[in-house]
Design a protein around this ligand. Structure first.
Ligand code: UDP
Ligand code: MG
Length: 320
């Protein structure tokens, strides 16, 4: 007989009193149908993570937990932001669950994709990424900024899954490996591809928020993108080095050409030589800054102390 998986659905909530009742209703139906189909075990749960909400979110979560044992919750001591709330939830849920799915409280990400995610898990996938196939309901601004974000990250050398946010299935073993990443500046979308194992994608259409407002205004989005780049890539430092090298080359070339031209008898003012000398000094400065930066980049990679490898299978273990 197939073993039923104990599923935990982790949902970070920040000032979500307007959506929680509806979210709970929809998820109750979904979870019950999955339990009925024997896709997940009866003791599976939805775990709300209260991220230091200022409204009655936590009271509501406690009430829901009392009324319905499909629901449980944890509360952070203060607002720590979406990514940290998610980590708190994932690391707590891994103690109880075989498999965890993370999603947002507003259910913009289609919960019906959970069936397919769990199917892929049963087929042996350890990570299943939910990917937005269409963003018809997002505003033009949100869609364009979000899509440019994924492209820019890719250019900066950060490996992320295009159009995947944090709607994702992860097995317990992936979360156990994830717990070895101790960095404070967390950018989950970059870390899970680093962990590896067998992965797959499930496509869904993103809906509109059914109530409440987005907790991700432009300022938070920019911060998030900046965090993503600076936590995963030393590409900006490399760009400075390259730019400095290029300018040094150009300015030295310019002064050589000017000297040759002068030797050929064309008059060049002293001021021009002075200006080019300034260029040379400026560009060497930039180059030097870039080189120092390269070392800082190495130090930065070391301080993260990320695991150097993760073993997915060891044939020797079965032979004991
Ligand atoms: N969220 C959080 N802490 C924060 C901001 C947001 O836990 O400081 C949660 C929020 O409750 C929601 C999820 O992160 O469950 C995504 O937020 P939202 O739906 O507002 O973002 P958007 O979909 O507009 O990008
Ligand atoms: Mg949302």
């Amino acid at each position: 007989m197939k073993r039923e998986n104990k599923l935990y659905v982790v949902i970070p909530c920040y000032n979500e009193e307007e959506v929680l009742n509806e979210t709970t209703k929809r998820l109750t139906e979904k979870m019950n149908s999955l339990i009925k189909k024997k896709v997940i075990s009866k003791d599976s749960k939805v775990m709300y993570v209260n991220d230091g909400s200022k409204d009655s979110t936590w009271e509501l979560i406690k009430k829901i937990h009392k009324q319905n044992d499909l629901f449980t919750g944890i509360s952070l001591s203060r607002n720590r932001g979406h990514q940290n709330a998610l980590v708190a939830g994932l690391l707590t849920a891994r103690k109880y669950a075989d498999v965890v799915i993370s999603m947002d409280a507003d259910l913009q990400d289609d919960i019906n994709a959970m069936d397919k995610m769990l199917e892929k898990y049963d087929e042996g996938c350890d990570i299943v990424y939910g990917v937005r196939s269409a963003r018809k309901t997002d505003t033009w601004f949100k869609r364009t900024t979000a899509e440019s974000f994924y492209k820019f990250m890719d250019k900066m050398g950060v490996e992320i899954v295009y159009n995947h946010a944090d709607y994702r299935l992860t097995s317990k073993r992936v979360l156990d490996e994830f717990s070895n990443f101790h960095e404070v500046n967390l950018f989950l979308r970059g870390i899970f591809p680093l962990i590896g194992f067998k992965t797959d994608k499930v496509y869904y259409e993103r809906a509109e928020r059914f109530a409440g407002e987005s907790k991700y205004p432009l300022k938070k989005m920019l911060n998030f993108a900046w965090d993503g780049i600076t936590s995963f890539s030393t590409e900006p430092i490399r760009l400075i080095t390259l730019f400095g090298g290029f300018l040094t080359f150009i300015s030295i070339l310019t002064i050589i050409i000017m000297l040759i031209v002068k030797l050929c008898g064309v008059s060049i003012t002293r001021l021009s030589f002075g200006i080019v000398a300034l260029w040379i000094l400026g560009s060497i400065n930039l180059l030097a800054l870039g080189i120092v930066g390269e070392y800082v980049g190495k130090v930065y990679a070391e301080t993260k102390a990320r695991p150097r490898f993760i073993i997915s299978e060891n044939l020797n273990e079965n032979e004991k």
